[in-house]
Design a binder for this molecule. Structure first.
Ligand code: CTP
Length: 399
């Protein structure tokens, strides 16, 4: 087992549906899975190594002879958290049933105890042949999850049971096997994190103490729950999250255009970033000398949260954050209403607490007046508390 818990071997058999697995690689990556593609030699007749390497961003091997010192079959089998074989041909299924080890993929299958899912695709005559029927039932009795193929048009003019299922169905079944609470499957979440910097001159800026940890924790939790996530990060010194699209910005204006670009796309905007409330009217192109720095003229930045709320479509959920040092709940309720948003997390930042920390405490308030007190805990925990609330609202009928 890998430390990430998300390492997936995608085995690809030699069927024409191999080309559809190119999309499957991408969609699995969208959900934060780390994919190593292991094609069978026959698969390479349809889709070559270069395509799999380009899509997965990883080296692709098909035979045990290709990396002998690396003992690839044992190494990959040990690292895999899950094995997904899509498409699986009748021949590949038969070889797995017999416990053969005549290519890298079948070696890995034998050497790994990870949960395995098989997505067959073949001509209906082959799928319904007594050998295949028996082989599939043997695999199921051994704990493999074997999807039934779809019914429909096949290569050539034939149709029947044997079609490779739609990517969405494979993903759904895969998530079920992984056992995750995939309640955000199919949902698109836009998260902002960090703090904006408003340039004064090429050297100086007005900034704030936000680290971005809370926004990153939300992005991480959302992808683990099956969402597609776009994280807009303002000046965060944090490692990228695999599977999450990350756009790096600096100023409030850059943050604004990044939100504008994807607001329409998302089902929920979670506005964790600390946006500077004001910016210098002028950005000097030269460094200002200290004797000319007695004052900086400021102008307000637009309220991005209020702007998003004012142009949202029905059903879109908007979450804000507030940092307060006194009268937390009263201030938060006013903010929630003034900005026209659905949920707001207010944290107590008196004494510099929370900024840069892995911990948080505060309250989630909703526009229906529900208040959830979040006692001191990890930012990951708050991330899931908030996502639960977002999920509740997303499931409401659009009014
Ligand atoms: N926000 C925004 N655009 C701004 C300022 C803030 O979208 N120009 C968002 C932040 O991302 C956050 C919430 O609004 O989700 C915070 O609201 P704000 O009124 O700025 O809260 P405080 O900074 O706590 O405000 P104040 O200084 O007035 O207490």
């Amino acid at each position: 087992m890998s430390s990430s818990g998300r390492e997936v071997i995608l085995g690809v058999g030699g069927g024409i549906a191999a080309y559809k697995s190119c999309d499957l690689v991408r969609r699995l990556q969208d959900h934060g899975y780390l994919i190593t593609v292991v094609p069978t030699p026959a698969c390479l007749n349809f889709v070559g190594v270069a395509t799999w390497e380009a899509l997965s961003g990883r080296r692709v091997l098909t035979q045990v002879w290709e990396d002998v010192p690396g003992v690839a079959h044992i190494h990959l089998a040990r690292e895999a958290d899950f094995i997904l074989i899509a498409p699986a041909t009748a021949d590949l299924i038969a070889r797995i049933v017999q416990g053969r080890a005549d290519d890298l993929l079948t070696n890995i299958v034998l050497a790994s105890s990870a949960p395995k899912m098989i997505v067959p695709a073949m001509h209906p005559m082959m799928w319904l042949n007594a050998s295949t029927v028996e082989n599939v039932s043997i695999l199921r009795s051994r704990g493999f999850i074997v999807l039934d193929p779809d019914i429909g048009r096949l290569t050539g003019s034939d149709s029947g049971a044997g079609r490779f299922p739609e990517t969405g169905r494979i993903l759904e079944e895969f998530h079920q096997m992984v056992g995750e609470n995939a309640d955000f499957l199919g949902r698109k979440i836009l998260v902002t994190a960090g703090g904006t910097r408003e340039p004064i001159d090429p050297v100086r800026y007005i900034g704030n103490r936000s680290s971005g940890k809370q926004g990153y924790a939300i992005a991480q939790a959302a992808i683990a729950r099956g969402a597609q996530v776009h994280l807009i990060a303002a000046n965060c010194a944090l490692a990228d999250i695999e599977g999450v699209k990350i756009t790096k910005v600096e100023s409030a204006a850059e943050l604004e255009s990044a939100i504008d670009e994807d607001f329409e796309w998302c089902d929920a905007l979670i506005m964790c970033a600390a946006v500077a409330d004001a910016k210098p009217v002028r950005r000097d192109s030269q460094k200002i000398k200290k004797n000319a720095l007695s004052s900086i003229e400021l102008e307000p930045t637009p309220d991005l949260l209020a702007k998003a709320a004012s142009r949202r479509r029905p059903g879109q959920v908007i979450v804000g954050f507030a940092a307060e040092t006194e009268d937390h709940l009263a201030n938060a309720e006013k903010k929630l209403q003034d900005k026209g948003i659905d949920l707001l997390y207010v944290n107590d930042v008196s004494g510099g607490a929370i900024f840069g920390s892995d911990m948080t405490r505060g309250s989630v308030i909703s526009k229906d007046g529900i208040i959830i007190t979040v006692s001191e805990g990890k930012k990951e925990t708050l991330a899931n508390v908030l996502l639960d609330q977002v999920q509740n609202r997303l499931s409401l009928p659009n009014v």
